[in-house]
Design a binder for this molecule. Structure first.
Ligand SMILES: Cc1ncc(COP(=O)(O)O)c(C=O)c1O
Length: 380
């Protein structure tokens, strides 16, 4: 029975994303691990990742016993193409191009840099959906430029039937069906602590939950409790509840997309009036064909970042500061365990010190935005 809904969701998503095929998993990291294996990423292989990312991405690389290599970011918060170009040809098995907050950055240059060094391309579309990019790309959807992509909610898409067969072979070999725990716990955590928070109460709870986690961590508990989990059994397929919720989201997406575009325009208008800097865009994103680029979050660099995040949190306003490290939420020794050397990506580290971001979804309205701008400007 659960297979029926999962397959229905996968078919609908593949059509929606213009992909050759889709497979739905419990989490994005489950999908990414299977995709890496299907692309023949083997123990000891190097995989390029954005140095402004989260543990989910790196965990997938590590469970394949591959080595994440961190590539510093540009002003779009995406991989700087120069960082790929300086690598030796054949040195990376794959590069994960993360479209941070929905912005694919210098996509064209990154694609050509990956091709030059012979790295397979994976798109991380966890922050984006139905986002088309640039007239030169003939309005192709993000997620269709590489071999395959991961999308919000653990969806994997591939762009060739050959790769789909390989993905299915890896699913048969490595993935488990869903369990009640793997469906319900993530759903609960998402409700509390998620970039798509809705109400002031959600934001307030989410803010305090993340502070509590930070507090526990500083008392010695670690996000990396033990060795990496064994690969067979790491990935779980999506269950029925999640598949049904995913189908519903697809139905409502057009409306959400419209809201995000309107809110992005509202943020830009208010930021301009308040003298705050606007998010850098590629020229294509401003052209009529690229004008439907959707941002999940609107980034901004500020001074006294944590003071502002705190002031917003206690008022139930969704000004967020993640990622808090190049591999969020890891710090100190935990970063070394995932092969990140402090100081190795100075632009990412400098950005993290100052970056905050605002929601673009339905939780935002004019009144909340004006309150957020007062906090950003230091009026309270
Ligand atoms: C950049 C990025 N990639 C992938 C993921 C997928 O994470 P998860 O395994 O928690 O679904 C996330 C989650 O927010 C993310 O921010």
């Amino acid at each position: 029975m659960s297979d029926y809904w999962r397959r229905k969701y996968e078919d609908a998503f593949a059509q929606f994303a213009d992909a050759c095929g889709a497979r739905a998993f419990g989490l994005g990291r489950h999908a990414l691990a299977i995709l890496l294996k299907a692309l023949d990423v083997n123990p000891g292989d190097k995989v390029g990742v954005c140095a402004f990312t989260c543990l989910a991405v790196v965990e997938a690389v590590k469970v394949c016993q591959a080595i994440p290599v961190y590539l510093d970011i540009d002003e779009h918060l995406c991989i700087d193409p120069q960082e790929i170009l300086i690598q030796d040809r054949g040195s990376f098995k794959a590069v994960i191009l993360q479209h941070t907050f929905g912005n694919p950055g210098r996509l064209e240059q990154n694609l050509s840099a990956c091709n030059k060094i012979g790295a397979k391309i994976i798109e991380d579309c966890a922050h984006t959906l139905d986002c088309e990019w640039g007239s030169e790309w003939n309005e192709r959807k993000l997620g269709t430029f590489g071999e395959g992509a991961v999308h919000p909610g653990g969806m994997l898409t591939v762009n060739s039937s050959r790769l789909l067969e390989k993905v299915d072979r890896q699913i048969e070999r490595l993935a488990l069906p869903t369990s009640a725990k793997s469906e319900l716990l993530p759903a609960f955590l998402r409700m509390l602590y998620h970039p798509f928070s809705q109400s002031r109460l959600d934001c307030f709870l989410g803010y305090n939950y993340s502070r509590l986690r930070g507090l526990l961590r500083s008392r010695g508990s670690s996000f990396l409790k033990s060795d990496w989990p064994p690969l067979p059994g790491f990935s779980r397929l999506s269950g029925e509840t999640k598949a049904k919720a995913g189908l519903k989201k697809l139905e409502n997406w057009q409306k959400l997309q419209q809201t995000r575009l309107q809110n992005t325009a509202m943020i830009e208008e208010h930021f301009k009036d308040a003298g705050l800097s606007l998010c850098p865009r590629q020229p294509q994103a401003q052209s009529p064909k690229g004008a439907n680029m959707t941002l999940m979050r609107y980034p901004l660099r500020v001074y006294k970042k944590w003071e502002k995040v705190h002031r917003a949190g206690i008022r139930g306003l969704d000004i967020a500061g993640w990622y808090n490290s190049p591999v969020h939420p890891l710090t100190g020794d935990d970063l070394t365990k995932v092969n990140y050397q402090e100081g190795s990506c100075p632009r990412a580290e400098g950005t993290i010190e100052r970056l905050i971001h605002l929601p673009t979804g339905p939780s935002l309205n004019k009144h909340k935005l004006e309150e957020m701008i007062r906090i950003i400007n230091g009026f309270f």
